[in-house]
Design a protein around this ligand. Structure first.
Ligand code: SF4
Ligand code: MG
Length: 333
């Protein structure tokens, strides 16, 4: 069975006159149709840069240095720019954190959604208008026919985010990339939008790459989880395994940083210490400065992937070791 999205050894470099940075360094994961893969980590860890690389929307100073990205078996990095434009908004829908910056303030929301329908599905006239209204209704906007003629400023934050989702769905994407889609929303609206995404996803069998710094969002919406730190994935696995037994010392710190008494889930507070500068000079583990379990080898040898059941973790502690069941719990740390 082939994955919908396959990302292999993705490397992004950012060049400035002063130095070369490696914000994404050897990232690999895959997403099956109908599945949600959550990319979790603090800001600056490379999550958004990974999404920008997949869609080839890197900033001017950035480029993909190595790696493979396949969507339904098709090599996205080998496409022409015109081919990639057809993929964006078509086979890949995108929702970002700030709808205010992604929506055109001087166009009605109906016209903006209509543009996507014209470009990616060739819809015109009454058929296009009917589809605009259907999409707005599908994302839960009341009185959709009338609201299609409104401008973005006439919508609340939560309703604007629904408009963004309608626009992202307009091209009938196979994959939805949602980068902090609910971060700007209050908690109640956040839950509504996440549940809406989950329902639409189930209806359409879409894959979803969900980028978040919020364990609560992961708990609510993810099937699979990838934890990113300093440009690399450091742990991957099924959501339930991850919440039962986060393996990487960084993952454990993320749980430990939750306010006490809080339920599992909630925004991440950064564990103490800072993320290293990603200038490519890492003889050892990238987490060594902040890791309570670091030992000699961690200073000068970069850890490779180790497997624990169906989970993967990039940490020397797990290499060639069978983990006793008793240690496979979060509480044990
Ligand atoms: Fe900590 Fe060493 Fe594991 Fe890195 S490899 S996370 S420093 S124990
Ligand atoms: Mg980001």
């Amino acid at each position: 069975e082939n994955a919908l999205l396959e990302v292999a050894d993705l490397n992004v470099v950012l060049d400035s006159p002063a130095r070369r940075l490696h914000p994404v360094d050897g990232v690999d994961f895959s997403i099956a149709a109908g599945e949600t893969f959550a990319l979790l980590g603090e800001s600056g860890c490379g999550k958004s840069m990974t999404a920008l690389a997949l869609t080839r929307l890197l900033p001017e100073s950035g480029r993909i240095h190595a790696g493979q990205v396949r969507l339904g078996g098709d090599d996205l990095l080998g496409l022409s720019e015109a081919g990639m434009r057809a993929v964006r908004g078509g086979r890949i829908g995108m929702v970002f954190q700030e709808p205010a910056t992604s929506l055109n303030p001087v166009m009605t929301v109906g016209d903006q959604i209509g543009e996507v329908l014209a470009q990616h599905r060739g819809l015109e006239g009454a058929a296009r208008q009917a589809e605009v209204v259907r999409l707005l209704a599908a994302v839960g906007i009341p009185d959709a026919a009338r609201r299609a003629a409104d401008y973005p400023f006439q919508f609340s934050g939560g309703m604007k985010q629904r408009v963004m989702i309608a626009m992202a769905l307009a091209g009938e994407p196979e994959l939805l990339i949602a980068d902090e889609p609910t971060t700007a929303l209050d908690v109640t609206i956040q839950a509504q939008v996440l549940d809406l995404l989950a329902r639409l996803q189930a209806e359409r069998g879409m894959g979803m790459l969900l980028i978040t710094h919020d364990l609560g969002v992961v708990a609510r919406s993810a099937d699979q989880v990838g934890v990113m730190y300093a440009g690399q994935l450091v742990e991957t696995g099924a959501r339930d395994d991850f919440f039962r037994a986060p393996l990487h010392p960084y993952s454990r710190k993320l749980f430990a940083a939750l306010p006490s008494g809080a339920q599992r889930g909630g925004p991440l507070e950064a564990p103490e210490g800072s993320v290293p500068v990603l200038d490519g000079d890492f003889p050892g583990c990238r987490f060594v400065e902040r890791c309570p379990l670091a030992f000699d080898r961690c200073d000068d040898e970069a850890p490779d992937w180790a497997s624990v059941g169906a989970q993967r973790v990039r940490c020397h502690l797990y290499e060639g070791v069978s983990i006793p069941r008793a240690l496979e719990t979060r509480e044990a740390n």
